[in-house]
Design a protein around this ligand. Sequence first.
Ligand SMILES: Cc1cc2nc3c(=O)[nH]c(=O)nc-3n(C[C@H](O)[C@H](O)[C@H](O)COP(=O)(O)OP(=O)(O)OC[C@H]3O[C@@H](n4cnc5c(N)ncnc54)[C@H](O)[C@@H]3O)c2cc1C
Length: 282
Amino acid sequence: MKGKPMLRDLQCAQTLDDAVRLVGSGGAVLAGGTDFVSLYAAGVVGNDVAVDISRVRELAAVTQGDDKIRIGAGVTLQRIEDLGDDSSSLGAIRDGAALVGSPQTRRRATLGGNACRSSPSGDTLPGLLAAGAEMVALSARGQRAVPASEFFRGPGINALRDDELLGWIDVPRRASVSAYVRHTFRRSMDLATVGIATALEESADGPRLLAAVGGAGPTPVATPAVWISGVDVPLADLVDLLHDQIQDIITPISDVRGSEWYRRKLIRPLLERSLARCLARR
Ligand SMILES: Cc1cc2nc3c(=O)[nH]c(=O)nc-3n(C[C@H](O)[C@H](O)[C@H](O)COP(=O)(O)OP(=O)(O)OC[C@H]3O[C@@H](n4cnc5c(N)ncnc54)[C@H](O)[C@@H]3O)c2cc1C
């Protein structure tokens, strides 16, 4: 089509080295392809070579370590949904994965793809922030870990350099529970107007609480963790504790999914639902 970029080649990486080399020489990563095709059609992805990473074993693996869970960037959202039980630091990431599109979408779409699309409304992004995940970028120069809190830089923009791919996501194992809820106009197949993840961490010094919010600014954002006096503090007090902090850090816009005013109004009820679900997982 005139004026549109044209894919010249599709390379299927068979090994991690292949993937790193092909991306390093200018290829665009094709993971599940659920966003790639529309990004390509819109000219957002302009590379003339696509690199299919779906056959790379390391990128499709989940490794349960003592101190972290390593999730390959090519692990599908369907598999994330099926991982472990709710009472772990993965809770909010799993909640987000389970909300993306339809079962068909989730069988193709990957966690790495959701992160690298870096949509402000991406449903797994608040969970990644709430879990304190590290995004590990790979290139011919080696590996580099970027905290999720520094990975998302703007709508469709992230910390990956042109010659890097996201290799895996490390989620620290913590004594924590988390949850994610969102507001959409349709029950499914819609992007979040606003989504909120909350996490409660039990440490030797006492419980700490934080919230991460998507759809209310160019990137998802997280509050600092706040100490609470105990886990039996009434829910309404916990909502009050985080609500004003969230209002201070979000920068919502008005668009087709809602006005700035509406997005700000959604924070309290979503926070209440997210916290109630999170606390029920203790
Ligand atoms: C019908 C439908 C409904 C949807 N509903 C939702 C929804 O409710 N919530 C939601 O959050 N999203 C939704 N999406 C968006 C989409 O499914 C997700 O963003 C998906 O997780 C992208 O993953 P993917 O593996 O398909 O990525 P791809 O489409 O293959 O890639 C997406 C982008 O990320 C880059 N990329 C992918 N993997 C890597 C990597 N490892 N390293 C570097 N760059 C990489 C690609 O180059 C491309 O730019 C929906 C999409 C469709 C088609």
